[in-house]
Design a protein around this ligand. Structure first.
Ligand code: PEP
Ligand code: MG
Length: 537
């Protein structure tokens, strides 16, 4: 048995088969055999890749629909592309290994697609790279080519959000990463999906690759734990189940203090699957739908129709409860390669959130059309991320008006839904009183507000001691925002991770916040605090 520690992001106790997930670029190529042997290895790997794609297609068709699953079909066709196969054979004949030949030929074709004057063909570049990378993974053992059938735990160097959502998250019992930060979007995703996560772990991936079982218990990890340790973990699991059962008493109750102060406890989600989790956790609505997750882990932009279907499904699942849909917040750690955006030196300060949407109306307008089309199906509101100046809100509002008029002119119903803004930059927080005159509501993104106020990169775990969510500057801004909203008569919530901090619930009630939106699994715990609190109106 080997054991060690990391930083616990979402506590949990679990044990199961370990899968080591390595990024393609981190996997060294294997030594090269003679060309005939390499060609045979390539053919075998191609067959395995085809089988994997078929399984992924079937799984994706069930969970996200046939249209999105079609990406796998495209890649299956590419596996048989004669030009690609010839390029691989030529590279192997001139001495390359099967894995290097697969990648080099893939890169050659990807560059060819990327250079074409056609956005559909440009997007195919990512498909070719993915397909070639899959063959490389089969040959060298990287990526997610060897996932077991049932539940498992994952060990990785690090995981980007776009990588995480491509994994079968419903089968992952826990994740241990050697890097990672507590406020990254992968961490947020794990909280939403209730997947216990340890980051910054002192775990060797080579050791994990040799092990059969990985077990975790809050900040502790074990490789091939002995029976005594497993017994201890089982006991802990039973204890945690007992605690969860106590919280069940708060299911279906109103979130109101003993003195009658009411607050809405809502869920943060990224897609319909997470809406189901939210509904199962007794969320009073969706306080933040991070739409960008509909854009990640795929090779092309979602169509207006696909977005509409996803919003419709979320609205139906929430069954009459409110849903706040955030417009695309791509950028920083959430990257979509197919958008072909220029690399930035400081992406967190770059073209992200509403800025990107104002620069790229070709992306923004279809999303707004989908949101406005869904507006008649339930109680929805739209929110813009990363606002820093009033002009951005004016411009975005004007585009909303245009999109709505366009739909009405086409005979498609579209309601005049409330338009709010995320307060997540110090500029927006300081200007809250002015912005409150123009916005219908505020929701505070404390993850980014902390990052930008304290000048502490949320992705950099090495800065953990400087990342102080209770910093007086931050608390002063939070108080100022709530006052500005209340003075202007608009509602104001918190949807950053701090909204789920039990130590802050009473403070937020006193400041005047009327909604807290959080990972669904936290709702009952926070409701218990609200119901036991004396805070009055
Ligand atoms: C935030 O910044 O607090 C927020 C809710 O948005 P995100 O975490 O997606 O950046
Ligand atoms: Mg944010």
């Amino acid at each position: 048995m080997k054991r060690g520690f990391g930083q616990c992001v979402l506590a949990g106790t679990a044990a199961g088969p370990v899968v080591v997930w390595r990024r393609r670029t981190a996997v060294p190529s294997l030594p090269c055999g003679d060309p005939a042997a390499e060609q045979l290895k390539f053919e075998n790997a191609r067959n395995t890749a085809r089988q994997q794609l078929q399984v992924l297609f079937d799984e994706a068709a069930k969970s996200v629909g046939k249209e999105q699953a079609a990406i796998m079909e495209v890649q299956m066709l590419m596996l048989d592309d004669l030009d690609y196969l010839e390029a691989v054979a030529a590279a192997i004949a001139s001495g390359a290994s099967a894995a290097d030949a697969a990648m080099a030929a893939g890169e050659e074709f990807a560059s060819f697609f990327a250079a074409m004057d056609d956005s559909y063909m440009n997007a195919r570049a990512a498909d070719v790279r993915d397909m070639a990378g899959r063959i490389h993974d089969v040959l060298c053992g990287g990526g997610n080519g060897r996932l077991p059938e049932g539940e498992f735990l994952l060990a990785a160097e690090d995981l980007a959000p776009s990588e995480t959502i491509q994994l079968p998250t419903d089968r992952i019992l826990g994740i241990v990463t050697r890097q990672g930060s507590a406020s990254s979007h992968t961490a947020i995703l794990c909280r939403t999906l209730n997947i216990p996560l340890i980051i910054q772990a002192d775990l060797s991936l080579d050791d994990a690759a040799q092990a059969r079982i990985l077990a975790i218990d809050s900040e502790k990890w074990y490789l091939d734990p002995d029976e005594q340790t497993l017994d201890l973990l089982r006991e802990k699991q039973a204890g945690a189940a007992g605690e969860r059962a106590t919280l069940e008493a708060y299911r279906g109750r109103e979130s109101v203090t003993k003195s009658g102060r009411r607050i809405a406890l809502c869920a943060n989600i990224g897609n319909p699957q997470e809406a189901r989790i939210a509904a199962g956790c007794d969320a009073e609505g969706v306080g933040l739908m991070r739409s960008e997750f509909l854009y990640l882990g795929r090779n092309r932009l979602p169509t207006e129709e696909e977005l509409f279907e996803a919003y419709k499904e979320v609205i139906e699942i929430m069954d009459g409860k409110g849903v706040v849909i955030r417009t695309l917040d791509i950028g920083a750690d959430k990257q979509a390669e197919y958008l072909g955006l220029d690399p930035e030196e400081n992406p967190a300060l770059g073209l992200r959130g509403l800025r990107l949407c104002l620069e790229r109306e070709d992306i923004f307008r279809p999303q707004l059309r989908a949101i406005y089309r869904a507006s008649t199906l339930g109680d929805i509101q739209v929110i813009f991320p990363m606002v820093t100046s009033a002009w951005e809100l004016h411009k975005a509002r004007q585009i909303c008006r245009e999109v709505r008029s366009e739909l009405l002119a086409e005979g498609i119903e579209a309601k005049d839904i409330p338009i709010g803004i995320m307060i997540e930059t110090p500029a927006a927080a300081i200007q809250a009183a002015e912005l409150a005159k123009e916005a219908d509501f505020f929701s505070v993104g404390t993850n980014d507000l902390t990052q930008y106020t304290l000048a502490v990169d949320r992705q950099n775990a090495g800065l953990a001691r400087f990342h102080d969510p209770y910093h007086p500057a931050l608390l002063a801004l939070l108080e100022h925002i709530a006052h500005a909203a209340n003075d202007a008569g608009i509602w104001c919530g918190i949807c950053g991770e701090l909204g789920a901090d039990p130590a802050m619930t009473e403070t937020f009630l006193k400041m005047g916040y009327t909604e807290l939106s959080m990972a669904p699994g936290c709702i009952l715990q926070i409701r218990k605090i609200v119901c036991e609190s004396e805070v009055s109106i």
